[in-house]
Design a protein around this ligand. Structure first.
Ligand SMILES: Nc1ncnc2c1ncn2[C@@H]1O[C@H](COP(=O)(O)OP(=O)(O)OP(=O)(O)O)[C@@H](O)[C@H]1O
Length: 488
């Protein structure tokens, strides 16, 4: 009973450790930049890291349980054997360590096949995510058979690596046990001689059977010790791999929102690392309540100008909020100053309400009204409790876009960067939301990036970007010309 409780507690403890480690892991993966995640392959990274956490927790559990079970029992059995016939005991006890040494040598193969299996398992997760996310595109463009073949290849590679890894990890323990048990041949021979009175010690049949029984238990126990070493070693290797990810996220969930201040941009220039300058010498100032338009031809750098405010890459010149330089703020302060809505609505698979409030208290309807989405949501059978699906797949493009805007407005910051928030909307809806936006952001600077300009005549300032140059003025000012002298 006590033994059962002990095991139960250890298992519970290991489960808690596993859960906490995964919590930390998700936290630290979420903190990684979008660049790192896409370079390393989010699916592969997640799968490998999760399997590593499982191995660590399992190694720890086995170590804690078996150390008590196996260690104490082994000592007791060894003592008994030595008591009955120390010479025969020493001969018999050579075999279990031999099986350890062999297990140690074979570990390389077990680990190599195990690592290959994890690698394939990660690749399969990425391929599955890719197929699920792009299924419609593949069907529409008729690439389904090729993608299917590529997926099948991944699946076969996964099966092969799983079989290989399992064969090694499942077939070796019985072999170790056979090696440990090989000592029985000696026990039968020398023990028989003891019973006949010709051996090292005088035994009766009871001593003989007790010796065999003790040795059998010792061999069985020592094979669990070999398994234990394997599990602990596996845990060590896994721990080494995930250790860099095992730090608690530094950024708290909800940074405090900064106070409204004048935004002053001076001589701003930007280039992606290793690329040519995208734009330079952008200067403007904006007071809370102003909406600044950013426009220009395709790929001129509009979105990049918006992302500069996220400080993912260094910029030239200066962006000041009040008297504070953006690049010099710590991450937490900056998150409290800058709100950002990119092209991708980045909705998560939860209810409409949760997608807006993101765990905060508040009335989500207020923001749904602001983005003219309230009536459509009211007509849905589950209303504000409707689950939007991964990435908002159960909503139309325009609904997803407005929902993302509602979320950004719900978490208003002194500077709001909105990258093409109206691209999927009709003109009337766009105008209505624009008016609501203006009324709601009297205490914030809004940077409105868009290639649709008919609302721009109502903006205080417009930044025209083209071929690396920027002109800051109003909508009425003549547009800048490109290198061929044509108007943009
Ligand atoms: N992460 C990046 N690394 C390197 N170059 C990039 C990166 N992101 C964008 N670019 C390049 O920067 C240029 C400007 O891209 P950006 O998305 O800012 O343009 P845009 O004006 O917003 O375009 P659109 O009107 O199509 O939305 C493009 O040539 C693009 O290829």
């Amino acid at each position: 009973m006590g033994q059962k409780n002990y095991r139960l507690y250890v298992r519970r403890f290991a489960n808690n450790v596993n859960r906490r480690m995964k919590h930390t892991l998700y936290g630290s993966l979420v903190q990684k930049s979008r660049r790192t995640l896409s370079e390393e392959g989010a699916g592969t990274m997640m799968t490998k890291a999760i399997l590593d956490v499982d191995d660590c927790a399992e190694g720890m559990r086995k170590f804690t349980t078996e150390l008590f079970d196996t260690g104490v029992a082994l000592l007791a059995y060894a003592g008994m054997l030595l008591f009955y016939d120390w010479r025969l005991a020493l001969i018999s006890m050579i075999f279990p360590p031999v099986s350890y040494v062999i297990a140690e040598k074979m570990k390389v193969i077990v680990q190599r096949t195990g690592a290959a299996y994890k690698e394939q398992s990660g690749a399969l997760s990425s391929a599955t995510l890719d197929r699920a996310a792009n299924a419609v595109t593949y069907r529409v463009f008729g690439c389904e058979p090729e993608r299917m073949a590529a997926y099948e290849e991944n699946l076969s590679a996964y099966e092969r690596s799983a079989v290989r890894a399992n064969i090694w990890s499942a077939s070796l323990p019985p072999i170790y046990r056979i090696i440990s048990m090989a000592a029985l041949v000696f026990i039968l021979y020398f023990g028989g001689r003891n019973v006949l009175g010709q051996g090292w010690t005088a035994w009766d049949i009871a001593a003989f059977t007790t010796f065999i029984s003790c040795f059998t238990r010792l061999a069985v126990k020592s094979s669990s010790a070999a398994k234990l070493f394997n599990a602990v070693h596996k845990a060590q290797v896994s721990w080494k791999r995930i250790r860099p990810l095992m730090y608690a996220p530094e950024t708290p969930d909800t940074p405090e929102t900064g106070v409204p201040a004048v935004l002053t941009v001076q001589g701003l220039g930007f280039a992606y690392p290793g690329n040519e300058t995208l734009f330079s010498d952008v200067s403007f100032a904006a007071r809370p309540g102003q909406i600044i338009g950013v426009t220009g031809p395709v790929a001129c750098g509009k979105s990049s100008l918006g992302k500069v405010f996220l400080c993912e890459y260094p910029y030239r010149g200066s962006i000041r909020l009040g008297d504070k330089e953006l690049a010099e703020m710590d991450e937490r302060t900056r998150l409290g100053e800058i709100g950002y809505l990119g092209h991708d609505p980045e909705l998560f698979n939860d209810t409409i309400e949760h997608n807006i409030l993101m765990g905060d208290e508040g009335d989500a309807w207020e923001y749904l009204r602001m983005v003219c989405l309230d009536e459509e949501i009211r007509e849905m059978p589950d209303g504000i409790e409707t689950l939007v699906g991964n990435g908002g797949v159960r909503l139309s493009g325009g609904q997803a876009q407005r929902l993302a805007l509602a979320r950004t407005l719900c978490h208003k910051k002194p500077v709001l960067i909105l990258d093409d928030p109206f691209s999927a909307l009709d003109r009337n809806t766009e105008r209505q939301i624009f008016e609501n936006l203006r009324a709601y952001t009297t205490d914030a600077v809004v940077i409105l990036i868009s290639h649709r300009r008919y609302l721009f005549s109502e903006l205080e300032q417009v930044i025209w970007l083209n071929e690396g140059r920027a002109v800051v003025g109003t909508y009425e000012e003549p547009p800048i010309k490109n290198k061929q002298g044509q108007e943009v």
